[in-house]
Ligand binder design. Structure first.
Ligand code: SF4
Length: 696
């Protein structure tokens, strides 16, 4: 008998913020293959994660029954899944949900709402993110709700809101096709946004001047007109020297600056002494190259700036971004085709989850919790009283847990026991909680410390919308059924809300979307039905039958004055400088094959086969000096912890710099990282700390 034909279900890739549209080819209730669809951000293309990273769905580790704790928590359980599993027993849904909700309610009623917190997920849908933050604000009664944006682009968003009044990109990455000059700084799109990288490479092939700026170097360098290797942690002096050049050589767009910006004089005075000659010894870039890159950018008719976490994951991440905004504003490179500011967003829905309000100091659409009018609007919409006090951010929540101030938490689809800086501290804090509820696909390192674990639904099993780095809101569709025993995340959030005393009746994301749109003016003219029809609509969108606005801020910015604002960035050392005991600099990040803490990709057969073990990359000269050959074991130690892993030689790395990906439980990079925060974006310093390297 012939096999039944495969059907194709149109959805979106669950990994990075590029938001490639995919077709899940399904036969007999299982995904056979994933193909690229002709989506606006991928035009049929996919990278290795989108193409091969889907068999985690059926991995034997997949949770299908709720778990409740039967033995004491121990942070060491994070290291050993079997030991962690032995401390739980399976439970029915009624028992598990009752225990989960009663534990949270007991803490709320006994210790007050601020003794609770919630981490939502940038891997869920917009509707789930919206409901999760609404649950925390109205059911828990606190604004202590955050998600992984705090650990990726919080500094970018802080600077963008301050400088141009909006935290999203001003133009999609495809606009690079019309750019004469493209700067890519602190980003490795070939690994982390691979399909976006193909559009940048095409622009370079067509003749655009591509300048890559990064301490580590990347595969994109091969396509670059000019490569700038600056010293780790020294972005601000480098960028200030460029701003100095543009201003003192009169290369800036006087008309644009006069018509569309404010506080130019403050910037001019600030950078007056920050000459390329003065900054070159600090940033390690020759003065002539600093001038050349600044001139290239300023003289271009059209230019774009792309950046990633190399810019934002720093104690001066907001200052880094302020400089990039200043460069674009000075040269009038915003609001026209071929121009723009584009922070490449990390997770597939980190833009949407942030827009939907998974942020402790802001309600949906970035209205501050202290804004009486915005709060009043939501109070009427939600029929609840809201706290004006901003909540705590991810790392602040960990500190409050360690102090015993936060006692209970609900975590959906996030893994802070791997992703937080100084993760031994985070694990101890999580273990200290009176009550932790974790909703996830697997018994993650965070779930290993939970009191109740709720099996979650995976992206190809659910309907919902997501918003990519280009501000394109896209429709995801369920392709396969959930494993028996698993429930939809949206159902679990709704049931939790009802058990905490709310009266919700959302049965499907389409029931949530109209309310979400009422809370978020950015979604005006975008409806569930339209997304079902069109698959993708960019916001802002002027009318139900009009295309969304891909390029924004041509005439005015959404700031109080309507102008873009220059904010000078001072020079500061990274928080922890190398010394005799810790002479190397450690930087952390992702790899092409693995996604964040590895929960999904390390259970995806092809991806894990490509990168099966943790490695520390060093420059050949450093390996030689340490007497190490590639593949040999080495030990990395910082003031916070130590890990052992295999050495890898990377000729692109400068001397003295070590790179470790953070996807590997057995050598968790974040045992080493520095939790010190950027004062504005509250993002930790993942990209720089002092480390000691020794052969094992
Ligand atoms: Fe998925 Fe990003 Fe790869 Fe596209 S580029 S297939 S969205 S991981």
């Amino acid at each position: 008998r012939a096999a039944p034909p495969a059907r194709e279900v149109a959805s979106v890739c669950p990994y990075c913020g590029v938001g490639c549209q995919v077709g899940f080819r399904v036969r007999d209730g299982a995904i056979e293959e994933v193909a690229g669809r002709d989506g606006p951000s991928n035009q049929g293309r996919l990278c290795v994660k989108g193409r091969f990273g889907f068999d985690y769905l059926r991995h034997p580790d997949r949770l299908t029954r709720p778990l409740v704790r039967i033995a004491p928590k121990d942070p060491a359980d994070c290291l050993d899944p079997r030991r962690a599993r032995a401390k739980f027993r399976e439970a029915g849904w009624e028992e598990a949900m009752a225990l989960a909700a009663e534990g949270l309610a007991r803490i709320r009623d006994g210790h007050g709402p601020d003794a609770l917190a919630g981490f939502g997920s940038a891997k869920g849908s917009n509707e789930e993110a919206y409901l999760f933050q609404k649950l925390v604000r109205t059911g828990f009664g606190t604004n202590n709700v955050d998600h992984c944006t705090r650990l990726c682009h919080a500094a970018s968003v802080a600077a963008l809101l301050e400088g141009i009044g909006s935290g999203a990109v001003t133009a999609p990455f495809m606009a690079a096709a019309e750019a004469e000059v493209i700067l890519v700084i602190g980003a490795r799109p070939t690994e982390n946004h691979p399909v976006a990288a193909t559009f940048l490479k095409e622009a370079a092939a067509r003749g655009a001047t591509l300048v890559t700026l990064d301490p580590r170097g990347s595969a994109l360098d091969r396509f670059a007109t000019e490569v700038v290797r600056f010293a780790p942690g020294r972005d601000v002096p480098m960028l200030n020297a460029m701003l100095h050049t543009v201003i003192t050589e009169g290369l800036y767009d006087r008309q644009y600056v006069a018509a569309h910006t404010e506080d130019f004089e403050a910037l001019r005075d600030h950078v007056a002494a920050l000459t390329p000659e003065a900054m070159a010894p600090l940033c390690g870039v020759p003065a002539e190259q600093l001038r050349r890159v600044a001139r290239r950018f300023a003289r271009a008719r059209t230019a774009m700036i792309f950046w990633g976490m190399g810019i934002s994951q720093s104690t001066h991440g907001t200052d880094n971004t302020r400089c990039l905004i200043a460069l674009a504003l000075l040269c009038g490179q915003v609001g026209r085709p071929g121009t723009g500011l584009h922070p490449l967003r990390g997770q597939n829905n980190v833009q949407g989850a942030s827009d939907a309000g998974l942020i402790p100091m802001m309600f949906p659409d970035y209205h501050r919790t202290t804004d009486d009018a915005a709060r009043g609007h939501l109070e009427r919409l939600w029929g609840a009283t809201l706290d004006p006090k901003p909540g705590l951010t991810v790392v602040e929540i960990m500190h409050a847990m360690a102090r015993g101030e936060i006692r209970g938490m609900y975590v959906m689809g996030e893994n802070p026991a791997m992703s937080d800086p100084d993760v031994a501290h985070a694990r101890a804090a999580l273990a200290r909680l009176d009550h932790l509820v974790v909703q996830d696909l697997f018994l993650t390192e965070t779930a290993a410390l939970a009191d109740v674990v709720l099996p979650a639904s995976a992206w190809p099993e659910k309907d919902g919308t997501v918003t990519n780095t280009n501000r394109q809101v896209q429709m995801g569709r369920a392709a396969v059924p959930m494993p028996e025993g698993v429930r939809q995340d949206l159902d679990l959030i709704t049931e939790m809300a009802n058990r905490l005393g709310l009266r919700w009746d959302y049965r499907h994301p389409r029931d949530v979307f109209p309310e979400m749109a009422a809370a978020m003016p950015s979604l005006a003219s975008i409806t569930w039905e339209r997304l079902e029809r069109e698959g993708s609509v960019t916001y802002p969108c002027p009318a139900p039958d009009a295309a969304g606005q891909a390029i924004v801020f041509g005439d005015r910015f959404p700031t109080a004055s309507g102008r873009g604002r220059f904010v000078p960035a001072g020079l500061r050392d990274p928080d922890e400088m190398p010394d005799e005991r810790y002479p190397f600099v450690l930087t952390t990040g992702r790899q092409l094959e693995h996604w964040h803490t590895g929960t999904m990709t390390r259970r995806a057969g092809a991806l894990d086969a490509l990168e099966p073990e943790p490695t520390a990359s060093l420059a050949p000269v450093d390996l030689r000096r340490l007497g190490l050959a590639p593949g040999q074991r080495l030990r990395l130690e910082t003031r916070r912890g130590a890990i052992e892993l295999a050495a890898r030689e990377d000729p692109a790395l400068p001397q003295g710099l070590v790179f470790v990906p953070f996807a590997y439980r057995e050598a968790a990079a974040n045992l080493l990282t520095n939790p010190q925060l950027d004062p504005y974006g509250k993002i930790p310093e993942f990209k720089y700390c002092a480390v000691r390297v020794e052969p094992v």
